[in-house]
Structure formats: structure tokens, C-alpha cells
Ligand binder design. Structure first.
Ligand code: M6R
Length: 591
């Protein structure tokens, strides 16, 4: 939640920071702001709303400077106003701060600072950082010492960018929120995520927990916040190319990312037996296995747990990371927590990792972002290789997570190459579901779907996760109430919701429970529902039929793509921005 960008170098940082903020807008888009250090003051601009349409040259032609920070906000403390948007300043306006995270002790700090005469202008937690730093500067010899002292006094989480009026210096720091340093030629960047500056450099340093970076005089030094001593860091070359982080001629990231899915499947399954082997051993050794994730990643985890149960007879208990704290203390040494995450920065997931490690359990991560907090905290990670996912809705990451579970399950039964072959066939089906004619057909269906108030989905067994995921996609992007149910759960309550003409998506695979799900389809149809079948074979109960070729337990990896497309076209029908649904942020880095 919230994205921060920073620049220091010989050039003008403002265009790079504005561009970076546009790329990070998926992290928050209710307001934004930018500041540059000038000889004796800090110049800034703040604005409520999305940064998307802002053009620096046109809208703020005289704004520029070689030391610059920027922020795109997803409000937590304080309403969506210009005053609450970042950067925040010290009383003398000589210090500017951008922040992603939450200062948990901000009320105490604010009271104390107010008693010392500091005047606050916003309702945010972040503003205390600027004032606290101003206060600490009075007593510390160097800026570095004052920043370190400030960081030690803040409780909670932060990724920070800090600049000073008239000083050629940029500070960054992280604890609990991601921050990456980009190393260019005599130019340095800070970003909440790599795409913020990938255009300029692919050489990066992923700052570790409780580390601070000081950049000045063409050099950077990373220090441990606790000890204040210099820390050893590794510069990593990022393999993502910029095209992956740009729309490439598509109207939205969502469609672009959905269209990438065949390639993503190929990339995900390029994993070798050797890379899978440590994960397989962890599963074999584990006493109890839990799959912990949020949202779409949790749905992929549910898919994985069914796959492991049905293919390998292995029990994995899926638990939402948000609910995991209630179970965390029951973990024991020898247990395994499999975490799934696109960003690798989801706060609840990282919390689950901590509690797993506390109990002596091991953590295996299926994660998309290299160098992410999850990747670094896990005992072993499998990189899902979906590439940068910018749209707030997760599509290609879901499919890559499902494919990775399939590879892992295949590896457990010693069938890596057979699984790869099968997944290549699934990939071909994904391509045909994404073909122009198929998209046109879904877009046509979406015209009608966009007018309804409720949509339901049914799935059983291996398709249960798709019933949940398809409805998450639809509700997130179209604001239509959508709910997925297990076919068997229907008669225990949800069937009361069925009325004339309500659309019900029914997922069926050739998995032995297809007759039961068809019976469930009959039951809802008898009560007036309009049944849309996404199935390996047609049936008279389906009013509309979308073919999903039979790949046994891997069928759902292709069939979900129909509902992703449905969600997208419903959003377009309703004139909504599919990349940035209201109230949502891409990475949920707060609990
Ligand atoms: O980055 P993560 O995979 O950990 O994110 C988990 C969820 O926040 C995410 O999947 C969310 O549900 C998306 N908006 C789904 O489209």
C-alpha cells in the first residue's frame, strides 16, 4: 500500500520520479505528491486523485531538481486530502519525508513533539517522522545519526525516502515495507518495487529489514539501523525487461497480463527437477502442512491442496493468512507452512512466516517477486516467474501459482516431464481461450452480465478454487456481488439466493465429480438460474457453454481464464478502470 520513489544524481530527478510513481500507482492511487531539494528550501507539489493523466512538462513545467522524492498514497491514517498526501515536512520545511507503512506509536510521538512546540498540519502518522527527525537533528552531530535515532524510535513499519533542503543527500530505510535501491551510472533510485526505475537501471539492491541507505557524493552506503554499522549488500541484476512492466499497446494492464498467460505457463514450468527437489523433500518430511496466503494466492493454495490430496494423497490445510494468527501457536517443529504470494510483501503472509519460524516450522514460498521479503524470509522459495503484475487484479500470477503447484505435485510423484507435457497442452488451451474470437464471445456475454446485481459460481473438488477465484475477479473489478460455492454446499444455504435469471457459472472437469456438479446445475436451473457451463463437455443444463478441454486435474488452470475475461469485459461494459478498482491496492502491506 502506497508507493515511494526517490532519485539522486546529476540529472533532473522529477521526470524519473513522476514516471516511477505512475508505475507504482497500482500500490495506491487516492493522491500523490513530489518534492525536490533546492538550495535553501524544499519545493513540492501534492494532488488528490490518480497520477495517471499528469504530465510534468505540461502541468508543472518549472518543477525539477536533482534530489527528488515522490509518493502515491493509499490512505490509512487521515482522509484523502491534499494535506494528508505525502511528502510530509518538518516545522522549518527543511526536511521532507515519503513513507509506506504505519507508525504504530505515532499518537505518543505526536503528543510528545507537540509538547516541544512542533506544529502538525496533517492527520497522518507519517508527519511525526519529519518532526521527530527535526527534533533529533538538534542533538545529533550528523544527519545519519539523527536518521538512525529516528528510525529506532518509530514502532511499526516503514519504507522511507528522506531529503533535506540544500543538501545533496538522499536517505532510504525499510522495516516491514519493501524498498529497493536502483544503482545507475552516478544516479541512484529508490522504489517500493523494481518497475519504479527499471527503465533506468536493472542493477538493484534489495534492502533488508531494518536497513538504511545513505546516498551522497555519487556513492551509497547501507547501514544496519540497530548497530549503525555498514552492512554488506549484494547488487542483483533483474532479468525482467521493461516491456513486461508496460502496457505495450494494450488499453489496460489487465488484458495485457491475461494475454501473457501462455508465456507465463511456459516460464513457470521451465523450473528444473533440481530446483523442485528441496521443496519436494520439505513436503515429504513434513508432519503437518498448511498453505497460507491471501485473496487470489489463497485460491491458488486451495487449488494446490486439492491437487496434492487427489494426486498424491497428501493433506495440506489451506488457511487465510489473515486468520492464521489464531492457529499459528499450534504449529510444531517438523510442520511445514507453504506460503503463496505474488508480491512477497503481503503483511499477513509475512506475519505467518514469523510465527511459523517461532514454532520451529519450516516455510516454503511460491513467490513471484525475486528479492521480496517473503523470498528472503522463507527457508526455500520457488519463483513463479509470472513477471511484473501491475494490474491490481491478479490474473497471470494465479495461473503461474496453479502451474507451480502442478509441477510440485508432479515432482512428488516423480513425474516432472509428464507434468510439463500436460501443462504445455493446458497452455495451448489458454491461448485459444484468449484468441480474438473467444474474447469477442465473452465480451458479448459480458454485455448482459454487466446488468445483473448478483453472479454466483459453483465448483466441486479440483474446481472449487475456480468458483471462488472467478467471483473474486468479478466482484473486485465490476463491483457486482459475486460469490463462489462448493456444489455440495449449495443446499446448506446458498440455494436460497437463486432466483429467476441469476447467472451461475458452473465449472466441471472430467474428475469423477462432474455428475454431481451437473446435478447442482440442474438444481439452480430449476429455480430459474441461467447456467453458464465451463466444462470439458456440453450438457443440456447449460444455457451457455464455454469449452474447457479435458486435462484431468489440471483443467482448472485453463478454465479460470474464461472468468478472468468475463470480469474484464464486465468492467469495460460498466466503464470502470479494470487496472485500479476502487479501494484496492496491489500489495497489502498493512495488517
Ligand atoms: O501479493 P499477494 O499475492 O500476496 O496478494 C494477495 C492478495 O492481496 C491478492 O491476491 C488480491 O486478492 C488481489 N486483488 C486479487 O486479484
Amino acid at each position: 500500500m502506497c508507493g515511494i520513489v526517490g532519485y539522486i544524481g546529476k540529472g533532473d530527478g522529477a521526470p524519473a520520479v513522476i514516471d516511477g510513481l505512475k508505475r507504482l500507482e497500482y500500490r495506491g492511487y487516492d493522491s500523490w505528491g513530489i518534492a525536490v531539494s533546492e538550495s535553501d528550501k524544499i519545493k513540492f507539489h501534492k494532488q488528490v486523485g490518480k497520477i495517471g493523466g499528469f504530465e510534468l512538462k505540461r502541468d508543472l513545467p518549472d518543477f525539477g531538481g536533482s534530489i527528488c522524492i515522490g509518493h502515491t498514497r493509499w490512505a490509512t491514517h487521515g482522509g484523502v486530502t491534499e494535506k494528508n498526501s505525502h511528502p510530509h515536512f518538518s516545522c522549518d520545511k527543511k526536511i521532507a519525508v515519503v513513507h509506506n507503512g504505519i507508525v504504530e506509536n505515532y499518537q505518543e510521538l505526536r503528543k510528545e513533539l507537540e509538547s516541544k512546540g512542533h506544529k502538525f498540519v496533517s492527520q497522518t502518522d507519517t508527519e511525526v517522522i519529519a518532526h521527530l527527525l527535526e527534533e533529533n537533528l538538534k542533538h545529533k552531530k550528523s544527519k545519519k545519526d539523527a536518521v538512525l535515532k529516528t528510525l529506532r524510535e518509530i514502532e511499526g513499519s516503514y519504507a522511507l525516502g528522506i531529503i533535506f533542503a540544500g543538501e545533496e543527500i538522499l536517505f532510504g530505510a525499510r522495516k516491514g515495507s519493501p524498498l529497493v535501491l536502483g544503482v545507475g551510472k552516478q544516479e541512484f533510485y529508490l522504489g517500493s518495487d523494481v518497475p519504479a526505475f527499471l527503465k533506468h537501471t536493472n542493477k538493484v539492491v534489495f534492502l533488508d529489514e531494518f536497513q538504511m541507505v545513505e546516498i551522497s557524493g555519487g556513492n551509497y552506503e547501507v547501514s544496519d539501523v540497530n548497530s549503525g554499522k555498514a552492512a554488506k549488500v549484494k547488487e542483483t541484476k533483474i532479468e525482467w525487461d521493461l516491456d513486461e512492466a508496460e502496457k505495450g499497446g494494450h488499453p489496460h494492464f489487465m488484458i495485457k497480463e491475461m494475454l501473457e498467460q501462455p508465456t507465463v505457463i511456459e516460464k513457470t514450468i521451465s523450473i528444473s527437477e533440481e530446483e523442485l527437489s528441496p521443496a519436494v523433500k520439505m513436503i515429504e518430511k513434513a508432519k503437518n502442512i498448511y498453505v497460507v496466503a491471501c485473496g487470489t494466492a489463497l485460491h491458488a493454495g486451495i487449488y494446490g491442496s486439492y491437487l496434492f490430496a487427489l494426486e498424491n494423497g497428501v493433506m495440506m490445510q489451506p488457511i487465510s493468512a489473515g486468520e492464521f494468527p489464531h492457529f499459528g501457536s499450534l504449529l510444531k517443529k517438523g510442520d511445514l507452512v507453504i506460503t503463496v504470494s505474488q508480491s512477497g510483501e503481503t503483511a499477513d503472509v509475512l506475519e505467518a512466516v514469523k510465527s511459523a519460524h517461532k514454532s520451529g516450522a519450516k516455510v516454503l514460498a511460491l513467490v513471484n517477486v525475486m528479492g521480496s521479503s517473503l523470498m528472503r524470509a522463507a527457508d526455500y522459495s520457488l519463483l513463479t516467474k509470472a513477471g511484473p503484475e501491475i494490474c491490481v487484479l491478479s490474473t497471470k500470477a494465479y495461473v503461474s501459482q496453479q502451474a507451480m503447484f502442478a509441477m510440485l505435485s508432479g515432482a512428488l510423484k516423480g513425474k516432472v516431464s509428464a507434468t510439463k507435457k500436460l501443462l504445455l497442452k493446458v497452455k495451448d488451451d489458454v491461448s485459444s481461450i484468449l484468441s480474438e474470437s473467444s474474447r469477442k464471445n465473452i465480451a458479448k456475454m459480458a454485455k448482459k452480465l454487466a446488468k445483473v446485481d448478483n453472479i454466483y459460481a459453483l465448483g466441486r473438488g479440483i474446481n472449487y478454487s475456480n468458483a471462488l477465484e472467478s467471483c473474486l475477479k468479478i466482484k473486485e473489478v465490476s463491483y457486482i456481488h459475486a460469490e463462489g460455492f462448493g456444489g455440495g454446499d449449495l443446499k446448506h444455504g446458498p440455494i436460497a439466493l437463486i432466483e429467476k435469471d441469476v447467472p451461475v457459472l458452473v465449472f466441471a472437469a472430467n474428475d469423477g465429480v462432474d455428475k454431481e456438479i451437473v446435478s447442482n446445475a440442474m438444481e439452480v436451473k430449476a429455480r430459474g438460474a441461467e447456467v453458464i457451463g465451463i466444462s470439458y463437455q456440453n450438457n443440456e443444463v447449460f444455457e451457455q457453454y464455454l469449452p474447457a478441454n479435458d486435462h484431468g486435474l489440471l483443467t482448472p488452470i485453463a478454465s479460470i481464464v474464461y472468468s478472468q475475461l468475463m470480469a474484464y469485459y464486465i468492467a469495460l461494459e460498466k466503464n470502470l478502470d479494470p487496472d485500479k478498482p476502487r479501494n484496492l491496492a496491489k500489495s497489502v502491506t498493512v495488517k
